[in-house]
Design a protein around this ligand. Structure first.
Ligand SMILES: Nc1nc2c(c(=O)[nH]1)N[C@H]1C(S)=C(S)[C@@H](COP(=O)(O)OP(=O)(O)OC[C@H]3O[C@@H](n4cnc5c(=O)[nH]c(N)nc54)[C@H](O)[C@@H]3O)O[C@H]1N2
Ligand SMILES: Nc1nc2c(c(=O)[nH]1)N[C@H]1C(S)=C(S)[C@@H](COP(=O)(O)OP(=O)(O)OC[C@H]3O[C@@H](n4cnc5c(=O)[nH]c(N)nc54)[C@H](O)[C@@H]3O)O[C@H]1N2
Ligand SMILES: [Mo]
Length: 764
């Protein structure tokens, strides 16, 4: 039985209008996005892009589209797109001194420099860098391993503070891959399916899904479920749209999430609101957890978090009404307390009987079943990444895993912060070669970006593939490759690699590549061909071939790229209550995929990794409580990164319509706080702390908590001087974020809770 469901009544993948305009149905993989696969109708006439609209027949987005896709025409035709490969002499790094070259010269140079590096210094000197949410990030680890033969895949997000800490908590304590709020995404008739139950409550924690559509949750599905009766509890220092509609808004002091989560557990256990049957049958360590949460009585938690004690009690009583569900976001990761916050929140939903039930928290298929471990070699050596095997790198650990061994247990990249240490010290060895794709470190991902810029400049050779020039390219690259948009290439989108129920959608090339642009996958296959001319590796002949082989590895996805192209989108279901049916464990027995076979409220995995097996609270390291000395000079708290519709990280800053909507880097300030500092609406201000300062425009709004300011992230000014790196160091808030202040196992950091002061720019 095929598990991928295609709607046989849907419109064809392409229809022709009377005037000859072709209307293609396809899915979006961006203009930078989280792989949800919003449905698009792309209107093309005489080979020219006319407009993009939402596809009403897409079962997830149902015709809705955000402003980034609606302005995709501006993006595709933008005058600043990189259209040809280019080179620059190493001594000209930082200068706008590019020379156009052919693809052959670009690829040969990359290969020559790669071979020279490996011959002279060994494979360790090679690194492959990537960001998030684009095709490149789908293939990053695999290409580092297979094509470049290195274990040093770099994703330099301090403390891997994006999804990975949440996934670690999910895997280690619940034995699950990604756990998402059940929004009936896999059923063709969605909310009408009788197997689905509407959650009583959704706890939205440090996430703004209406804007971010993150990690497999199409934000608007929350609104759809609210219309069906679901109520909200929101934990966020800002009154975002969802918070204004919540039964209880827990407007916590940034970074105190751990205390709040433990306080909620305290109420649920103290008031006996938990599901005794489920706890007795399926949970491990309840007594110890109950002891631990006694350390977090509500009044103490209220004092730590600045949330009213009655609100904490009220929220806990709501959440305990099973089935309820959890939508937790980036604020969980961007905190050194991250694993404990994740563990505590998941435990809350476990003991109240909302784990893996209809309308609860949907447990993902463990990686062993989901094809996510695709690059793991078998015992026979089959499927070993060609490059890794050639260089004897099988089993070698990426940089930084000696210091942070827990990283190895969840992800195949170097430890982000340890990577900067290696670059700065050349210990244990110097990194000399970097291939970078889909990633703009200096504007967006790294904290203390001036340090990273200097450190990356020490790398002997850097090649970057991107669609636009960026501060990172201008600062460090020697070769630039022109990347293709999703209009110009083959691809697919899936919900967490089919470990969650959801959709599998085709990205269909509907336009000729502009200039000499090429898809990242195509570039990688070409490098592979040139590096391994005798390779007959199945699945590496063409992008479509590669996509077929990827789909083939996913559980039960019995479709080819051609099938996807024909039907545009398919959905697949995954069962509820998998723990009762033996669907979570490799041995096929009922239970959870943890060492004890139960949900581990007391985590034997965390214990083995050297951390406390029970959740606990860490006060943010630079808060007024921890550092009164800093607070004297920097009395406010800055939180960063709340998503905007108009940008995907540092992308889209050159799109005129989007800049018209949101023209400048902005800091949101409560009007009372602004009045204290004589700041008026629209004025330019500095936000500063002991690490650096940044200039932004003030927006006075009561949606931020008093004493807290919220800064945009990912800013640079494409219109500014390239040789001043597009003013990135005036506007990139990451100058206020510290390097390597991670949690005990190396996860999380302070992107969302740092001290600062704020003053008018004309006063400086
Ligand atoms: N202060 C603060 N900093 C943050 C965050 C925050 O909340 N606060 N969020 C963090 C998070 S969660 C993340 S994931 C990181 C993201 O950081 P990054 O993933 O590095 O994101 P971008 O800066 O947008 O860089 C992506 C680059 O890829 C290019 N690009 C787009 N599509 C393609 C493509 O198909 N091929 C190629 N080759 N290039 C392409 C874009 O033009 C852009 O230059 O930022 C982190 N930084
Ligand atoms: N348009 C757009 N969409 C995106 C992205 C983008 O750049 N633009 N980036 C993508 C990526 S890579 C990611 S990881 C996701 C992230 O998307 P989300 O998980 O939604 O994360 P954010 O938007 O950073 O923040 C969500 C909320 O956290 C709140 N918050 C701030 N500090 C704290 C705190 O200390 N505790 C709590 N509980 N809440 C806090 C903010 O006020 C904000 O409302 O979005 C993805 N989607
Ligand atoms: Mo992210």
């Amino acid at each position: 039985m095929p598990t991928l469901h295609f709607n046989e009544h849907a419109s064809p993948a392409m229809a022709e209008l009377d005037d000859g305009t072709k209307v293609y149905r396809t899915c979006s993989a961006g203009i930078g996005c989280h792989n949800l696969g919003c449905g698009l109708k792309v209107f093309v006439k005489d080979g020219k892009l006319v407009k993009v609209e939402g596809d009403e027949e897409n079962p997830i987005s149902k015709g809705r589209l955000c402003v980034r896709c609606l302005t995709a025409k501006e993006y595709y035709y933008h005058k600043d797109r990189i259209l040809h490969p280019m080179k620059r002499a190493r001594e000209d790094r930082g200068k706008d001194a590019w020379e156009r070259i052919s693809w052959d010269e670009a690829l040969d140079t990359i290969i020559d420099r790669y071979r020279e590096t490996v011959d002279a210094y060994g494979i360790g000197a090679v690194s492959v860098w990537c960001g998030t949410g684009r095709e490149a990030s789908q293939i990053h680890f695999q290409m580092a391993n297979d094509v470049f033969g290195t274990v040093n895949a770099v994703h330099p997000n301090s403390g891997w503070s994006c999804i990975v800490p949440r996934m670690a908590a999910m895997l280690w304590t619940m034995g699950s891959s990604y756990i998402e709020a059940d929004n009936s995404i896999g059923f063709p008739d969605r909310y009408d399916d009788p197997r689905w139950v509407c959650p009583n409550y959704m706890l939205v924690w440090g996430r703004d899904p209406l804007r971010s559509n993150p990690d497999g949750l199409f934000g608007h599905s929350i609104v759809e479920m609210m219309k069906l009766g679901m109520k909200l509890i929101v934990a966020d220092p800002r009154v975002n749209w969802l918070a204004t509609r919540a039964e209880v808004h827990l407007q916590l002091r940034p970074g105190t999430d751990g205390a709040l989560a433990l306080g909620l557990l305290n109420v649920v256990i103290e008031e006996d609101l938990y599901d005794h049957g489920f706890v007795d049958a399926w949970c491990y360590g309840f007594e110890q957890l109950a002891e631990r949460v006694k350390e977090y009585p509500v009044d103490k938690v209220a004092a730590i978090t600045e949330v009213d004690a009655e609100d904490i009690r009220a929220a806990a009583r709501c959440i305990a009404q099973s089935p309820s569900t959890l939508s937790m976001g980036l604020a969980v990761d961007q905190n050194p307390n991250t694993l404990q916050i994740g563990h505590a929140l998941l435990s809350l939903f476990a003991i109240t009987g909302s784990m893996d039930v209809p309308g609860g928290c949907f447990m993902g298929i463990p990686p062993i079943f989901a094809g996510m471990a695709e690059n793991a070699p078998t015992e026979e050596g089959e499927g070993e990444p060609e490059g890794l095997a050639l260089y004897g790198n099988i089993g070698v650990e990426p940089l930084g895993h000696d210091r942070y061994p827990a990283m190895s247990a969840i992800v195949n990249t170097t430890h982000p912060d340890a990577t900067l240490d290696v670059l700065e010290t050349n210990v244990p060895y110097k990194i000399r070669f970097a291939y970078v794709f889909g990633h703009n470190a200096i504007s967006c991902m790294v904290p203390q970006p001036k340090r990273w810029l200097e450190a990356m400049r020490k790398i002997d050779f850097v090649a970057v593939a991107d669609l636009f020039m960026t501060p990172t390219i201008m600062g460090v690259a020697d070769i630039v490759l022109p990347a293709a948009t999703f209009f110009e290439k083959e691809g697919y989108v899936s919900n967490n690699n089919a470990s969650q129920p959801g959709q599998m959608g085709a990205i269909i090339p509907v336009l000729e590549p502009r200039g000499e642009c090429r898809a990242d996958l195509e570039i990688m296959l070409e490098l592979h061909r040139r590096l391994y001319p005798n390779s007959a590796k199945p699945g590496w002949a063409s992008p479509a071939d590669f996509i077929d082989s990827q789909l083939g590895k996913m559980r039960d996805v019995d479709a080819s790229y051609e099938d996807l192209c024909e039907h545009v989108i398919g959905q697949y279901e995954i069962e509820y209550k998998k723990y009762e049916k033996g669907l979570l464990r490799a041995d096929g027995t009922p239970g959870f995929n943890t060492p004890t076979g139960r949900i581990e409220l007391y985590s034997t995995v965390l214990q083995n990794l050297g951390d406390d097996p029970l959740p606990y609270y860490i006060e943010p390291k630079f808060s007024a409580v921890s550092r009164p000395d800093l607070a004297a000079e920097y009395p406010l708290t800055v939180t960063t990164g709340g998503r905007r519709f108009t940008s995907f990280h540092s992308e889209n800053r050159q799109i005129e319509t989007l800049r018209e909507i949101h023209p400048w880097p902005t800091v949101q300030i409560h009007p009372d706080t602004a009045a204290d500092y004589g700041i008026s609406e629209g004025s330019w201000v500095y936000v500063e702390n002991h690490l650096g300062k940044v200039k932004m425009r003030a927006h006075l709004t009561p949606i931020v908590k008093g004493g807290v300011v919220n800064c945009d992230h990912g800013w640079w000014l494409p219109e500014a001087d390239p040789e001043n790196l597009y003013d990135v160091f005036q506007v990139n808030v990451n100058q206020l974020i510290p390097h390597e202040e991670n949690g005990p196992l190396g996860f999380g950091t302070h992107y969302k809770s740092m001290p600062c002061k704020i003053y008018r720019a004309d006063e400086s």
